[in-house]
Design a protein around this ligand. Structure first.
Ligand SMILES: Cc1cc2nc3c(=O)[nH]c(=O)nc-3n(C[C@H](O)[C@H](O)[C@H](O)COP(=O)(O)OP(=O)(O)OC[C@H]3O[C@@H](n4cnc5c(N)ncnc54)[C@H](O)[C@@H]3O)c2cc1C
Length: 308
């Protein structure tokens, strides 16, 4: 562990890859530590239609292009999961699941967040075939269809409001006896005239053939199983940012997202940045993640000039 890197980037989704491209161009001596290449987009089955420059591109294809761009620069990649980051003086010590240790002057956390899964039968089978975790991304594919939104919080209601521009009917399923969305969102949902809210509903399974055809939920009041014919299921039961390994060094909001400065994406700790879906930014999109990656890499370069 003698070598001290200028920068360690944790995670190789759009945020981390973009940070890597920018860092390389500044000739920063950079190490990537990542569990995979691509993050959420690498697994996305339906097309991306909102990344500038590409009217329509699959997630894996976009990631392939980003990765090729990164690999045209000088990068070092360590396939591993980070389990801890500490600050020792002006350096960071990064520990991995494979019990390796690396040191650097700056760190960019780009570890993203995963949507909390439904964990019901049929979920894995129908991801990308009717099950979606991103209404903004996939909603337009359900024009004139009937869909269910699972989750009656603000994000479920906001997804329903967005989906109402496309679909003909929306069921919102809420586990509790009352929805948790605020009044304003409730009013907006009501105004769509397309939405039916079902409370006390515990989703049991998703079924179909090539695509989703129906869902079954348990009515927690009557204990009866009830079936709804739907073409799509939007999962809105929360996200889990991958930020546990940096506890103690940074500030979090109530969702465990890292709080950063707007200008540079710097966290509470100097030289430590958090970009993309793992930070407290409101909009979780590829373009915002990539933009923040660029911003943080340039900020890390500036900081390095000051301390070296
Ligand atoms: C189904 C779905 C569809 C979507 N569709 C669109 C769309 O059409 N358009 C759009 O703009 N956005 C879309 N999004 C949102 C978009 O995918 C995210 O905003 C974007 O991927 C965030 O990028 P990121 O780099 O911050 O994180 P991620 O893509 O989540 O990447 C995180 C990276 O960090 C790595 N990692 C995590 N923990 C560790 C660790 N401890 N150690 C090392 N590495 C770690 C992961 O392996 C991964 O490489 C969609 C999201 C989903 C789930």
């Amino acid at each position: 562990m003698n070598k001290v890197y200028d920068l360690i980037i944790i995670g190789a989704g759009p945020a981390g890859i973009t940070a890597g491209i920018y860092a390389s161009r500044q000739k920063m001596n950079t190490l990537f530590i990542t569990k995979d290449f691509g993050g959420q987009e690498g697994k996305k089955a339906v097309d991306i239609e909102n990344y500038p420059g590409f009217k329509k591109i699959t997630g894996p294809d976009l990631i392939k292009k980003l990765k090729e761009h990164l690999e045209s620069q000088e990068v070092l990649v360590e396939r591993d999961g980070v389990v801890n980051v500490e600050k020792k003086g002006d350096k960071f010590l990064v520990k991995t699941a494979n019990k390796k240790k690396f040191e650097s002057y700056t760190v960019i956390i780009a570890s993203g967040a995963d949507p909390r899964p439904l964990e019901v039968p049929g979920e894995k089978e129908f991801v990308g075939k009717g099950i979606s975790y991103c209404a903004i991304c996939d909603g337009p594919l359900f024009r004139d269809k009937t869909v269910a939104v699972v989750g009656g919080g603000n994000s479920g209601f906001e997804s329903a409001i967005f989906l109402s521009n496309y679909v003909k009917k929306i069921y919102i399923l809420e586990y509790g006896s009352e929805v948790k969305a605020d009044k304003e969102n409730q009013n907006l949902v009501e105004k769509t005239g397309k939405t039916e809210i079902i409370t006390n509903a515990k989703l049991e399974r998703v079924e179909g053939d090539k695509f989703v055809k129906s869902i079954t939920y348990k009515d927690l009041k009557t204990k009866e199983d009830k079936e709804l014919e739907v073409d799509g299921v939007f999962v809105e039961i929360g996200c889990q940012p991958a930020t546990a390994f940096v506890k103690g060094l940074v500030l979090f909001n109530e969702r465990d997202e890292i709080i950063v400065e707007y200008e540079t994406c710097q966290t509470k700790a100097e030289g430590l940045y958090a970009v993309g879906d793992c930070n407290a930014g409101k909009f979780k999109q590829i373009i915002t993640a990539a933009g923040e990656g660029a911003k943080a890499a340039l900020a890390a370069y500036g900081y390095l000039q000051e301390i070296k």
